[in-house]
Design a protein around this ligand. Sequence first.
Ligand SMILES: [Zn+2]
Length: 255
Amino acid sequence: MELILNNISYSDTINTKALNIFDPIIKNTLPSNYKYFIDDFEQFPLYNFLGAYKTPFKTNYHINIHTIEESKEWLQKFMDLHKVTMRETRGCTIKDVHYILSNRFHCIHSHAVKQKQGKKNNNESYVENTQIQDINCPVENTRIRDTNCPATLSIQVLKRSDPYPCSISLYFHHNHPLNSSHVMGFRPLSNETKSKIFRLFETGHNPGSAYHTYWEQLQLDYNNNEEILADRAMAPRKNDIFYLYKKHRDKHRVG
Ligand SMILES: [Zn+2]
């Protein structure tokens, strides 16, 4: 037996009296337009993290997601919903066993992401798309990003023909605010933003004029909305534009 509330179903092992408390939390923290089956849910006391999300919890659930592409779309919606970035820290695609994908993510403000980024930078093969460094801009200090945030997310897409083949474990416990301008300043540029910038370069803009043109339009379109302007996904910084310009120039360089 299971209790169904709109698009969310709960295992009958969950205390139905507690549903009144955490059903709103589940609804507010998961992207809509999916079907969820919640296996378990546990709320725990907030530690002394100033400004952190006020209702930390952990939960396991299944979603009606069947492919790797669909799981990526869901993850993007989840990150957009909370204005936070979850970075893959371990992943694999496995064939001929029980699942086609198994990925683990840490919050971008975790030690794990910093350590993984450090290794990649040492190999000189890492194209960072969260904090781009440029010779014209001061080097970003990753220490201000690393708050040792414990939030994690695991996604497995199972090979099975039931309505909820995607399994998720979520440890929703960020030790920082989710929507501060500081945190949103670490969001990666969205693909839409990158496309707009590249279009400006294609019409002859240099990095400086592209930056001013883009920002003027952004401020106009969103009436100087502070939250939008703080969100790096939509509001690239100068060093981002320089980085994209370098990519654009390298791509079109002849010879
Ligand atoms: Zn976090």
